[in-house]
Write a protein that binds this ligand. Structure first.
Ligand code: PLP
Length: 411
């Protein structure tokens, strides 16, 4: 069934992920915590081992062969990242530790240089803490005001309310592309175009969207876009911040140190060209190199194929879970990525998570770093099953059965 629906053989794909051979509590692992971090295919693990085994060296500085090889590999990931998100130039691709660091880079550099007392920053109710707290810190420092786009009870942003929030004081809109808690995909093109009409910039948190959706930052016309490698089959500790070249050129640097400079004297320092101006110190070379293998892995299956497969899992799982008595799905809307977030009458998500883990099923429970969203939905958290390219309908059957069993035990 799975193989027929997807345009690729999901069982062949599964063989490429060593961890999927694992058992949990005597049962085959069912890994449904992909929105937190995805598992890694052998090609990504091999890229890491290959780097450390064969050409580990510091980049950009050495003239010896190993340094040249490491630099070439590191920079070829930049080109792969550029292509993966449709940026116009590698100068617009800054390597970071991940989405969180990308957003903090923007608040600390662009934000500090451009936000003044009374200015307004718009975010949405759906945001992850990493797209709330850095803006709050900036707003506190500068005396700026945070405005929040409300959502419907299904978790969709209210565009009409957003349009009302926009005014000449709005300096930036920072919004999540796909909600990690609910899976809901925001109409970011409309958000961006409306912000630009009032002269505000837009930052997109692409932590959850980049693995599932085709990303074209040029067509979107966003000013900043951040994502993390570890959510797209790549290593932890590395990610990308995209920003338009003219904006990056005008921005002050983030961290000071080696690599981000052209010349240093005790009197004056001149900064390096883009993108190096924003990459101080020795970066995470190994993981950056291996991130390219993750892009290639996704491209080799094809995002369209993966999306079709994940949509099939999403639809199948939604129907199965909806029909279990007491289960209520949050964010059950048309435009979403493969995340099913649900509450069960009178049962705490954590209790459910523990009983599912006992059956070999890894789900995420709690507020998913979106406490304000949970407050808005008037719940203390959800149980979240999130699917990746290697998950199957059989695994969803196990989730449904496991859930029924757990509910019986806890009722
Ligand atoms: N934004 C969203 C929507 C996320 O889901 C996450 C991680 O779960 C982040 C931001 C932060 O990403 P990272 O922890 O990789 O920096």
């Amino acid at each position: 069934m799975d193989a027929l629906t997807v345009g690729y053989d999901v069982y062949e794909i599964r063989k490429q992920f060593p961890v999927l051979k694992r058992e949990l509590k005597g049962k085959p692992l069912v890994y449904f915590d992909n929105a937190a971090t995805s598992q890694k295919p052998q090609v990504v693990i091999d890229a890491l081992v290959d780097y450390y085994s064969n050409y580990n060296a510091n980049i950009h500085r050495g003239i010896h062969t190993l340094a040249e090889e490491a630099t070439a590999a590191y920079e070829s990931t930049r080109e792969a990242a550029r292509m993966f998100i449709g940026a116009g130039s590698v100068e617009e691709i800054i390597f970071t530790r991940g989405t969180t660091e990308g957003i903090n880079l923007v608040t600390n550099t662009w934000g500090r240089a451009n936000i003044r007392r009374g200015d307004e920053i718009i975010i949405s109710t759906l945001e992850h803490h990493s797209n709330i707290v850095p803006w709050q810190m900036l707003a506190e420092e500068k005396g700026a005001i945070i405005r929040v786009i409300p959502i419907t009870e299904n978790g969709e942003i209210q565009l009409d309310e957003y349009y009302k929030l926009l005014n000449e004081k709005t300096k930036i809109v920072s919004i999540v592309h796909a909600s990690n808690s609910l899976g809901v995909v925001n109409p970011v093109k409309q958000v961006i175009d409306a912000a630009h009409r009032t002269g505000a910039l837009v930052m997109i948190d692409g932590a959850q969207s980049t693995v599932h959706l085709d990303i074209d930052v040029t067509a979107l016309d966003c000013d900043f876009f951040a994502f993390s490698s570890h959510k797209l089959y790549g290593p932890t500790g590395v990610g990308v911040l995209y920003a338009k070249k003219e904006i990056l050129e005008a921005m002050p640097p983030f961290h000071g140190g080696g690599e981000m400079i052209k010349e240093v004297s005790f009197e004056k320092t001149t900064y390096n060209d883009l993108p190096y101006k924003f990459e101080a110190g020795t970066p995470n070379i190994a993981d950056t190199v291996a991130m390219k293998a993750a892009f290639e892995f996704i491209n080799s299956i094809g995002k369209e194929n993966i999306r079709r497969h994940e949509n099939d899992l999403l639809r199948y799982g939604t129907e199965l879970l909806k029909n279990i008595k007491g289960v209520h799905i949050k964010g059950d809307v048309e435009e979403k990525v493969s995340v099913i977030s649900f509450v069960v009458d009178n049962i705490h998500p954590q209790d459910l998570g523990i009983l599912l883990d006992n059956q070999g099923i890894a789900v995420r429970t709690g507020s998913h770093c979106t406490m304000p969203l949970m407050q808005c939905l008037k719940i203390n958290g959800t149980t979240r099953a999130s699917f990746a390219a290697y998950n199957t309908r059989e695994e969803i059957d196990k989730l449904a059965k496991g859930l029924e069993k757990a509910i019986k035990m806890l009722s």
